[in-house]
Design a protein around this ligand. Structure first.
Ligand SMILES: Nc1nc2c(ncn2[C@@H]2O[C@H](COP(=O)(O)OP(=O)(O)OP(=O)(O)O)[C@@H](O)[C@H]2O)c(=O)[nH]1
Ligand SMILES: [Mg+2]
Length: 498
């Protein structure tokens, strides 16, 4: 997802690391990489040219403040490279935003019509949006207005069945506009507060399709008309959006299949060219892979800086807050075991493909590529062949237990040993995340941290076999330095003895 764009900005950032000030020469050099990646990502040419010109003008013209206050009020140094990236970030956000992904309502009912070319993902988006509304405690009705493709009605019924949403189906040979009008009547009569019309797609925009959509519009006056485009279309998505926009009042776009596209040029340019904002992103086939579009999040991801806000939102979707609090409490009491690890791994898996999760984390962006989904399954199998006692107290696992666990899961003792080693390592990693404030943002953990006014990292102290060490490492740099000083003293004493 978006790798092509990220590549250019990352190499621009690398070129500027260490330069003392921004000059026309080094800006041009960096922008050359950005230009290449914009073009490779299939960004509209005019949009790319304007973007580069604006960034250059600002980078040359703005006086760089070398010291600024950060969010916590501390003075920090800003390098010319960081300033350059900040300009890029602001310009990217400007290009894609502003966006209000809230859906319009009329008389308390959210009605929306999905339109677009064949196969772009309209029917999938219809079901995803129904799910999205359901999560907001709305009661949606899906309407099968595609009467042309033989399996279209069945497809919507199946998707509706998955999420327990009613699907309105017309009579044989009934016209789409009539189906939609009757569905609207039923929605009103039966107290549905959202209605989603899934229309037919065509290979190309033709007069017949436009007429049909106009007819549905005049029969039902949907509060939202959303055009669905597919990221794989690249620059063609922009042309399609322009053409639809000329004939239909389009309120917003849904850009699908972003997961299958490394380029992402459409995401960047579509608003600038057509004036229509992207409202949602589709990032996978399953029905929970829909994101409300946040230009800040996408800009940050494009720049290779991750999207922590988006990640926290994902967490909120899949984490049961109460359960998370209980977990945190167990952590506090030092009872974090492999069972908890297993649960956490499953939670992470619920958030979608691992590489997407990692792509939203700054620093981890580049390892997202290397994440191996199968590894998770292997870890699951290993933990599953442990006894409850072993899971809660991994310290008791000696040689013979190791080989039994290995046999049970079809792996080798070495794998068990590695897992246990990594488990210890993971606890350390979590403590580092905690000291960066990440854990505080995750539901459950934040509360714990607030309750006793304590550092969330302290939760991790004593979680394993060596509480003292864990506490030192968890409490951040000060404790760490203390530890180092102690080590140095020890070494000096040892030297003296020699
Ligand atoms: N990877 C990925 N696949 C998607 C996404 N959205 C939809 N698809 C897939 O794209 C294919 C077409 O999706 P549909 O929802 O049937 O598209 P449509 O626009 O309704 O198609 P027509 O009704 O034939 O015009 C299906 O196989 C979907 O699973 C997405 O965000 N990511
Ligand atoms: Mg369809």
């Amino acid at each position: 997802m978006l790798e092509t764009l990220t590549k250019g900005f990352t190499s621009a950032r690398e070129k500027l690391s260490g330069v003392r000030e921004l000059s026309e020469e080094n800006i041009d050099q960096s922008l050359r990489d950005v230009r290449t990646s914009l073009l490779e990502a299939d960004v509209d040419l005019t949009v790319a040219r304007d973007f580069l010109a604006r960034v250059k003008e600002r980078a040359l013209g703005e006086k760089v403040a070398t010291r600024v206050r950060d969010a916590s009020g501390k003075m920090v140094r800003v390098t010319p490279g960081q300033h350059f990236i900040k300009i890029c970030e602001e310009e990217l956000i400007d290009l894609m935003g502003p966006v209000d992904s809230a859906l319009s309502q009329a008389k308390g009912v959210t009605s929306l019509m999905l339109v677009g070319l064949q196969g772009v993902g309209k029917t999938t988006v219809a079901a995803k949006l129904a799910r999205h509304l359901q999560k907001q405690n709305r009661r949606p009705l899906l309407v099968a207005a595609d009467i042309y493709r033989p399996a279209a009605v069945l497809q919507l019924q199946q998707l509706g069945g998955q999420i327990d949403v009613d699907v309105f189906v017309g009579d044989e040979a009934e016209r789409p506009a009539s189906i939609c009008a009757r569905a609207k009547q039923r929605a009103v009569a039966e107290g549905f507060d959202a209605i989603i019309y899934d229309t037919a797609g065509r290979l190309a925009i033709d007069a017949e399709l436009m007429e049909e959509l106009a007819e549905i519009t005049s029969e039902t006056s949907p509060a939202n008309t959303l055009l669905v485009c597919d990221a794989l279309m690249g620059r063609d998505a922009v042309n399609t959006a322009r053409a639809f926009g000329e004939q239909l009042a389009v309120d917003g776009l849904v850009l699908t299949k972003l997961d299958g596209d490394a380029r992402g040029g459409a995401a960047l340019a579509i608003k600038a060219v057509t004036g229509v904002p992207i409202k949602f992103l589709g990032t996978g086939e399953s029905l929970d892979r829909l994101e409300a579009f946040r230009p800040e999040g996408l800009a940050s991801r494009i720049l290779g800086m991750g999207d922590v806000v988006g990640l926290v939102k994902d967490f909120e979707e899949v984490v049961d807050e109460k359960e998370a609090e209980q977990d945190a409490e167990r952590l506090l009491r030092g009872k974090f075991g492999l069972d908890d690890l297993l649960k956490q791994l499953r939670t992470i898996q619920k958030m979608g493909p691992l590489r997407d999760v990692f792509a939203k984390l700054p620093m981890f962006g580049s390892i997202a590529e290397q994440v191996d989904e199968r590894e998770l399954k292997r870890v699951e199998a290993l933990i599953q062949s442990m006894t409850p006692a072993e899971r809660s107290k991994p310290d008791i696992i000696g040689k013979s237990r190791m080989s039994r666990i290995a046999r049970g899961s079809g792996r080798r003792s070495k794998d068990v040993r590695e897992l246990l080693g990594r488990f210890t390592q993971m606890r350390q990693m979590m403590s580092q995340l905690g000291s960066g404030g990440m854990l505080g943002k995750i539901p459950g953990f934040g509360k714990m941290a607030g309750a006793g006014g304590m550092d969330p990292t302290a939760l991790l102290a004593g979680a394993g076999g060596k509480p003292g060490k864990a506490r030192r490492e968890a409490s951040g740099s000060r404790g760490h330095q203390k530890g180092k000083r102690k080590q140095a003293r020890k070494a000096r004493r040892k030297n003296r003895r020699r």
